[in-house]
Design a protein around this ligand. Structure first.
Ligand SMILES: [Zn+2]
Length: 498
């Protein structure tokens, strides 16, 4: 049995992002952001999921996971007491963590990375000596473009690698809508049945070791300053806005890993689109940190043999989150369902208890999915799930970034500093393989025939799905908070220049 002590020592709260040491500078920005987070009312159509909650001039890209499948929420005893409170008095009671209610999370806006500062681990190169040049990147609110001049170079990285010629899935990679693909075991499509390739990382080595992962940031709510280090799978389109927060996380000893440019279902993309989503994200991370992650997590865990092979050819090994091998229950806290209005804090906590129950049947450690895009999910982690895990005595959990739970030093998390080569892709796929040379040639000719505008035929429409304006694909209406947050970003921009 697990023993939980919910109202626990302030293991986390002492160093949490709610502490007061960011008191000078940009006080105005902070209070406005606090207002933004309490004002953030996100309305989500039933059965739908949010794409973004905060919106600095455009939009952050966020989780919209597939329907709750493979999750057994009925295994645990009962809902925790609805009055559960966190040790940190700034964090609302668990029962108050809902889509509309205020959050305590004080966004951190005061960190400015010193250009050329020393890297955070032995052997790390210094931070870049130039500020991020956003002008060389595509729009952070749209899918990575495939008509960019760098594409043919990136596509060449695939040469010499066997890339299974698997046609893209359709309809947000839903298993039921792609029955042929779901049935074809040789595609090893994780979404439908949890198939993993030997090169996937889905567990930690040692029993009761917890690989702590946060997806979809960076955001003003990213808990960079916890005593506990995590792996952050960052969306490059969000690093675009919050690069300083990402750098702070990196310098604080967290592992930074790639989560694509614009958070698409990767198995639905063409090979060129996958390359673009990884290529631009990789380029931005190198620009911001001075190193390139060796690990990535496909959004929604949506990966098959083609996508894995492309990623490995581009220097990215796949990390997903753990599933109970017999029940396929996922180690997904479903924390994002709180801001989505789909579950209450206590219901999410019940899901979390199911995870701990699943952990007890594994011989290995496990990797848990949480999110740092929303104030509620960060409150949920910092106030509830993490203190509970840390206070557990039977068993005792050890929480670490994934790289460390694999018994590897942080230097192995980045291509420039790792000493071990990435594993070779192996597959049981028995179809045809992609002729990469052909794609490179096509790509080159596309570039020469359509290069004039630079923007392709994208029509210049600025409101794409996740910006929440009118597109039919967007379930989200983001209200006042967008405007406020946009204002904050402007204030910030001015403050950072001075
Ligand atoms: Zn994600």
């Amino acid at each position: 049995m697990l023993s939980y002590f919910l109202i626990v020592v302030g293991l986390l709260s002492t160093a949490s992002c709610h502490s007061n040491h960011h008191h000078h500078a940009i006080a105005l920005a902070r209070s406005v952001v606090a207002a933004a987070s309490s004002a953030s009312s996100v309305s989500v159509a039933s059965g739908q999921t949010p794409a973004a909650v905060a919106n600095p001039t455009a939009s952050l890209v966020g989780p919209s996971a597939p329907p709750l499948s493979g999750v057994n929420t009925a295994t645990t005893s009962q809902l925790p007491d609805a009055t559960l409170t966190a040790t940190d008095p700034n964090i609302p009671p668990l029962s108050d963590l809902t889509s509309g209610l205020p959050s305590s999370v004080t966004p951190i806006f005061t960190f400015t990375a010193q250009l050329g500062a020393p890297g955070p681990f032995p052997g790390a190169p210094p931070l870049p000596t130039t500020t991020l040049d956003r002008s060389k990147y595509p729009s952070p609110t749209q899918n990575a473009p495939t008509d960019h001049p760098l594409m043919s170079e990136w596509l060449k990285e695939l040469e010499g690698h066997q890339i299974p010629d698997i046609p893209p899935n359709t309809n947000n990679s839903e298993c039921a809508l792609n029955p042929e693909a779901a049935r074809d075991a040789s595609r090893c499509w994780w979404t439908c049945g949890g198939c993993t390739n030997p090169t996937d990382i889905v567990t930690c080595n040692d029993k009761d070791t917890w690989g702590l992962t946060f997806d979809d940031g960076p955001s003003p709510f990213t808990p960079t300053e916890e005593n506990l280090n995590a792996t952050f799978f960052a969306i490059a389109g969000n690093i675009y806005w919050f690069n300083e927060i990402a750098v702070e996380a990196y310098l604080q000893g967290h592992q930074l890993a790639l989560h694509t440019w614009h958070h698409q279902y990767m198995t639905t993309l063409t090979t060129e689109e996958v390359v673009a989503e990884i290529g631009f994200a990789r380029m931005m991370m190198k620009d911001v940190f001075g190193v390139t992650p060796s690990y990535w997590r496909p959004p929604y865990g949506d990966v098959d043999e083609r996508v894995r092979a492309i990623a490995l050819a581009m220097g990215m090994q796949t990390i997903i989150w753990t599933r109970n091998p017999s029940t396929l229950d996922q180690f997904d806290t479903n924390d994002w369902r709180i801001p989505a209005g789909q579950v209450t804090g206590p219901q999410a906590f019940q899901q979390f208890e199911a995870i701990l129950t699943n952990a007890s049947v594994l011989n290995t450690g496990f990797i848990v999915l949480e999110h740092d895009l929303y104030p509620q999910t960060v409150d949920f982690a910092v106030g509830y799930t993490l203190p509970t895990a840390l206070a557990s005595t039977n068993p005792t959990f050890t929480l670490k970034p994934v790289i460390e739970c694999l018994h590897l030093p942080m230097s192995e998390a980045y291509n420039e500093t790792r000493t071990q080569p990435l594993p070779q892709f192996v597959t049981s796929w028995h179809g045809e393989f992609i002729n990469v040379a052909e794609i490179v040639t096509q790509s080159n000719s596309n570039l020469t025939t359509s290069s004039s505008g630079g923007d392709g035929d994208g029509s210049g429409s600025s409101s794409e799905g996740s910006s929440g304006s009118s597109s039919g694909s967007s379930p989200l209406s983001v209200s006042l908070s967008n405007v406020i947050l946009a204002a904050v970003v402007s204030i910030l921009a001015v403050a950072l220049k001075s």
